[in-house]
Write a protein that binds this ligand. Structure first.
Ligand code: NAD
Ligand code: TYD
Length: 335
């Protein structure tokens, strides 16, 4: 492995992963390939932009000719795919781009992997297992997605499986729990709550706030991806998370406490349709490969809150334009 195409590398996890791989592997070249949708942002990669082992290509993963050109021009041997539409609430409003990018886009990348004999890694999600009422999801559990976003990601996982079996594409999948950390677009709950709290704005908590998520630090997730890329068994999926679930209400209270803001900022609003009340991952398969999460939830949240406090230059300009329109559509009528 030498030349890695990180698709979706201008997004939250992709930019953290690009930086992580450059540091971790001094002999690798990292080519970020990204469409720069509302969620893609070159500010996320600003500190590595001048690294001689880094390049950026502006492109859509649905564009087969552009993908092939990038593979040829940069002598790519590995694709790590993070390009996706990623926000559940947006997928409920309009799923079109989710099907296009998350399903068709994955197909285009698999075709490139097949044609050029590339190693392929898919960054997937725990949401493919659906609402887990009891116990924890194992990689062999049925995929029972319940939101258009989760369904599009599950479709990608199934396509990958078919390319492994039928075309011998050398592919692996990681299914990550919710990530938090630097450079997360403020539509996702943690950066949304942190930046609203800084501005003394309400924190819109869906339903009863008793939904549970496994919030992991983004760099722990990146370590898991790196490990599976190098030590994972081709054709297999690996869960990546802390294995500990937190109630949304508790997360909201901790954010407010860390920022010294009053609990009265929490505003209960109408629930998300089809809301998965709980995700829970069994992460033993990854542990066997030698992985342990490096941060507790409290440490991850603390570092995340501090990063948003210190980096207003990054997020304040994002909370204008398209974001304002989205926020109005999503929250104005939500009582
Ligand atoms: P993000 O929304 O921050 O970034 C997505 C990136 O993909 C953006 O840079 C965007 O411009 C790019 N993109 C979108 N459509 C594209 C297209 N057609 N062609 C090329 N680029 C395109 O997402 P994220 O939170 O960083 O998530 C990255 C991946 O990890 C996704 O596949 C997501 O499903 C998965 N994942 C995310 C989480 C999480 O908590 N955020 C958890 C598990 C898995
Ligand atoms: P989110 O960050 O959208 O991630 P997920 O893909 O896991 O749904 O939401 C995380 C949790 O927070 C989820 O249970 C929904 C809840 N939530 C709110 O209560 N209010 C909000 O404004 C948002 C965006 C999410």
């Amino acid at each position: 492995m030498q030349n890695i195409l990180v698709t979706g590398g201008a997004g939250f996890i992709g930019s953290n992963l690009a930086r992580f791989l450059l540091t971790q592997h001094p002999d690798y070249t990292i080519v970020v390939y990204d469409k720069l949708t509302y969620a893609g942002n070159l500010d996320n990669l600003r500190d590595i932009a001048k690294n001689p082992r880094y390049a950026f290509v502006h492109g859509d993963i649905c564009d087969a000719a552009a993908v092939e050109r990038a593979v040829r021009e940069h002598a790519i041997d590995t694709i790590i795919n993070l390009a996706a539409e990623t926000h559940v609430d947006r997928s409920i409003m309009d799923a079109d781009a989710f099907i296009r990018t998350d399903v068709y886009g994955t197909y285009v990348l698999l075709e490139a992997a097949k044609k050029f004999g590339l190693r392929y890694h898919q960054v997937g999600t725990d949401e493919v297992y659906g609402w887990v009422e009891e116990g924890s999801s194992k990689e062999t559990d049925a995929l029972l997605p319940r939101s258009p976003y989760a369904a599009s990601k599950a479709s990608a996982d199934l396509l990958i499986h078919s390319y492994v079996v039928t075309h011998q594409v050398q592919a692996t999948i990681t299914r990550g729990a919710n990530n938090i950390g630097p450079y997360q677009y403020p539509e996702k709950v943690v950066p949304l709550f942190v930046t609203n709290a800084i501005d003394n704005l309400p924190l819109p908590l869906y339903g009863d706030g008793r939904q549970q998520r496994d919030y992991q630090f983004v760099l722990d997730h990146c370590e898991g991806i790196d490990l599976v890329l190098h030590k994972g068994k081709v054709g297999e999926a690996y869960n990546v998370g802390t294995g500990r679930e937190i109630y949304n209400i508790d997360m909201a209270r901790m954010v407010l406490q860390m920022l010294g803001k009053p609990e009265s900022l929490i505003q209960y609003v109408a629930d998300r349709p089809g809301h998965d009340r709980r995700y829970s991952l069994d992460v033993n398969k990854l542990r066997v490969l030698g992985w342990e999460p490096g941060h507790t939830f409290e440490q991850a949240l603390e570092q995340t809150v501090q990063w948003y406090v210190d980096n207003e230059w990054w997020w304040r300009k994002l909370k204008s334009g398209e974001y304002v329109e989205y926020y109005r559509k999503q929250y104005a009528e939500r009582k």
